[in-house]
Design a protein around this ligand. Sequence first.
Ligand code: S3P
Length: 436
Amino acid sequence: MVLYEVQAGGCLQGQLSVPGDKSISHRALLLGAIANGTSSVSGLLQGEDVRATAEVLRQLGVDIEYAGDVTRIHGVGLHGLQRPAGPLDLGNSGTAVRLLMGLLAAQSFASTLVGDTSLSRRPMGRVVEPLQRMGASITMSEGDTLPVDIAPVVGLHGARHDLSIASAQVKSALLLAGLFAKGRTAVHEPAQTRDHTERMLGGFGYPVITDGGWVAVDGGGALRGRDVSVPGDLSSAAFFLVGTSITPQSRIVLPSVGLNPTRSGVISVLREMGASITVANERVDAGEPVADLEVRHAPLHGVAIGKRQVALTIDELPILAIAAACAHGTTVVAGAEELRVKESDRIAATVSGLRALGVTVEERRDGMVIEGGGGLDGGTIDSYGDHRIAMAFAIAGLAARESITVRDCANVATSFPDFPELARRAGLRITVRDVE
Ligand code: S3P
């Protein structure tokens, strides 16, 4: 098991380049694979989740080459994917498995999708059921989980999907299936989620129709291969935004971070808490807003985070909980029940971790109430194999009175393989140990 041992104290200083955005990396591979012609992607995340997507695309007959920082995808066109020889293993990645389900549901060959223990517990009905309404033939395992068997189909038909869960993964899967369907596939979500799929489809020359909160595609078009430059992942940058904010004498510069407004809720929430974050050199690269961030230590105070902000900060709530524990006053997180079905139950994992550090926190079905300002003790935290829980509690070491040990950290490699090295260079007193 991989442990992080973090000595208390220290501060963060310097300039850090965070790895490529995970959501955009998956989409660049998937759209590149079904485009006509070659796509060159720079800055693709080299994490395990994205590698799982690339590996599965290879099994589906797509040639993907790594040449230094550039990944070349030789697209096979919308109808060029081939029957895989065996089950397709997406490891820990919910995004990979759900987006691929959208693509595979429309194929004239069968496929089986599997994942690791965590992914095999996560709900798949949310994507399978709307795909079935489009004519897909998919069988889930007990409890609507993986493994999932997808039977060959002659064709799908478009449908209107008024979703009850705000999920970019579900929306994206349906739009991807819609590329192959007869007629129009339209999706409406209860709260705006990340729109990378819509932006990138447009970038690959595929028209996306937006109308009164609905987003839609008409089937039967074609994608043109293109060059994509993947910005730094704001979800990875968030650990340093919080670590710097909570630690006196800290100042960090994070160049070229993606600032898509459907993702940047963490910056608004931290600013509302009193954080000092400057956005400079704003530009648009391959359809995605990008900027350089500078953050300095600042005293924080508690805030209320509600449903609308939850959709825009969904992956940053564990590290925002660390910010809340270090802030003066109470922070209330509500409308965040989706956190219970992420790589771990992130409400339970965050609450038990904070309690282990002596923080007063109330667990609620859809969130938590954190009493900040009492300081953090040291202790041992279980990350439950969840990369973002592991990194959040490692960062907590900066503000703790005693050292913190975080257990089960190997999955940090899914999204941020060099987190310990980058964090150590910036000033976090972190040691990685591999124990029996
Ligand atoms: C993602 C969407 C989010 C997010 C996940 C990445 C994506 O999940 O939590 O880490 O790339 O589409 P949901 O869409 O299920 O909320």
